[in-house]
Ligand binder design. Structure first.
Ligand SMILES: NC(=O)c1ccc[n+]([C@@H]2O[C@H](COP(=O)([O-])OP(=O)(O)OC[C@H]3O[C@@H](n4cnc5c(N)ncnc54)[C@H](O)[C@@H]3O)[C@@H](O)[C@H]2O)c1
Ligand SMILES: N[C@H](CO)Cc1c[nH]c[nH+]1
Ligand SMILES: [Zn+2]
Length: 429
């Protein structure tokens, strides 16, 4: 872990490097992704087959291109009861949270007698990226599919990689539970390209949502405009703001929870106690040793960590706003007052008993969140990402008399006489 102190003279420069050195953009994948997307656009399914063989190590013609509804249902029916209950609890809480996001149509007549309003409609088809490279993500399937269903999307298309041809049964069970229509066994940038352009097998969609690694995130970014996207949700990040009253190993565990996702993930701690900062750095090593015995070798962990001590938490909001992190945990006596000053964050977790990981699975809000400082201008996945708004306008003769002349004046000033005439021919005077 990189150790910084805000009291050091070189801190501003060192912190600026942390802000700019966001791993996802540091990995330059744009050219590779552009080539992959071109290949998918030109060769369709043949490109998908070749790239799947290259990156996921299996032959789609042998292992199967998709998984049918009966197989997803069978996976759900075969779930062990505790896991089934957990999946159902997560789905129910996600559904309840997102149902409250449904927008209301507007319809009113203003003082000039002009009827105005807007109606919301769902997109016809949504492509849902469910990551599956290093780990499988049934939770991301629920986070994508449930808001799409709530929005009223008719066709829900999941793409997910199945490395070495192995399908994760919980992903299939989640697909059944959430009412997904199609599950395609392709991942990476090429899967996003297939959703956007369409291939012989996969019909194109209107919007692509969901998280993924640097290649997936960059593919969505490059394809925006060909399809709609939710936002760029790349390798996970966490910023923890914690005081010395927190057990160091708990905070270390929180930092590692996001480092676990991707070697390019980022974990940052800000604390107001230098000795505590050192204690957490030590605790990270202890936690890594504990995790290594259960899961993976210590050497396989790549922790892009930064631990910063500040003189007072008063300094934390400015640092947090500059980082604009995907997740911000605030484990202090008064988390509320800090949250009010943090304007750029994907999601905030308040208090000592709200580990970020609870939001990954069962809290209810969406875990698909902007990364790479994009919380400055975008928000987490919501029902609105699967909908669009159409405004409407209706005037009668009196309303046109009231506001039409101003439009005529503006049209003439723009040098657009045909515009002006289409209004003036309807005016009495
Ligand atoms: N921001 C969020 O909301 C959020 C939520 C969940 C997960 N995530 C992120 O999702 C990611 C999951 O990553 P993953 O790798 O496990 O699964 P993934 O499905 O995102 O990516 C795996 C695919 O990437 C492609 N790929 C791998 N190496 C490549 C290369 N060198 N060139 C081109 N393509 C390549 C392959 O097709 C592979 O199937 C993590 O970064 C995690 O942090 C983000
Ligand atoms: N932390 C991820 C979002 O960055 C979501 C997730 C899914 N499963 C575990 N975690
Ligand atoms: Zn996570």
């Amino acid at each position: 872990m990189l150790r910084l102190s805000a009291k050091d003279p070189g801190f501003a420069e060192a912190f600026a490097r942390v802000v700019s050195d966001r791993r996802e953009s540091a990995v330059d994948v744009a050219a590779d992704v552009a080539a992959i997307l071109r290949d998918v656009r030109e060769r369709g399914d043949a490109a998908l087959a070749d790239l799947t063989a290259k990156f996921d190590g299996h032959d789609l013609d042998q292992t199967g291109w998709n998984v049918d509804a009966a197989t997803c249902k069978a996976a759900f029916d075969a779930l062990e009861p505790t896991l089934r209950a957990a999946l159902e609890l997560a789905a129910e809480r996600i559904r309840a949270y997102h149902a409250a996001q449904l927008p209301e149509n507007r319809d009113y007549t203003d003082a000039a007698g002009v009827r105005l309003g807007a109606t919301w409609n769902a997109v016809d088809a949504a492509g849902l990226y469910v990551p599956g490279g290093r780990a499988a993500y049934p939770s991301s399937l629920l986070m994508n599919a449930i808001p799409a269903k709530v929005a009223g999307v008719e066709r829900l298309v999941v793409v997910t990689p199945t490395p070495k041809g192995e399908v994760n049964p919980l992903v299939l069970a989640a697909a059944h539970l959430a009412g997904v229509d199609e599950v395609w066994r392709v991942g990476g940038a090429h899967a996003v390209g297939a959703l956007a352009y369409g291939t012989d097998r996969i019909a194109p969609v209107d919007v692509v949502t969901g998280p993924g690694n640097a290649w997936v995130a960059e593919a969505k970014r490059q394809l925006y405009g060909v399809v709609g996207i939710d936002m760029v949700a790349g390798p996970s990040e966490i910023l923890v703001i914690a005081d010395a009253k927190n057990e160091p190993r708990r905070i270390a565990a929180d930092l590692l929870s996001q480092a676990e996702h991707d070697p390019t993930s980022q974990s940052i701690l800000i604390t107001d106690d230098a000795a505590y900062a050192d204690a957490v750095a030590e605790a990270v090593e202890l936690e890594l040793a504990a995790l290594a015995t259960e899961k993976t070798a210590r050497e396989s962990w790549n922790v892009n960590g930064v631990i910063i001590d500040v003189a007072s938490f008063d300094e934390a909001p400015a640092l947090a706003n500059a980082l604009a992190a995907e997740h911000v945990e605030i484990a202090t006596d008064d988390p509320e007052s800090l949250m009010r000053r943090i304007r750029h964050a994907g999601s905030v977790f308040l208090g000592r008993m709200t580990p970020e990981a609870v939001g990954d699975y069962v809290a209810g809000p969406n875990h698909v969140l902007p990364t790479g400082r994009r919380a400055r201008f975008s928000s987490g996945l919501s029902v609105l990402d699967f909908m669009k708004r159409t405004s409407f306008i209706q005037l009668d003769a009196a309303a046109l008399e009231a506001i039409g002349p101003a439009a005529v004046a503006l049209a003439e000033a723009e040098g657009l006489p045909a515009h002006a005439r289409s209004i003036s021919v309807r005016l009495n005077s």
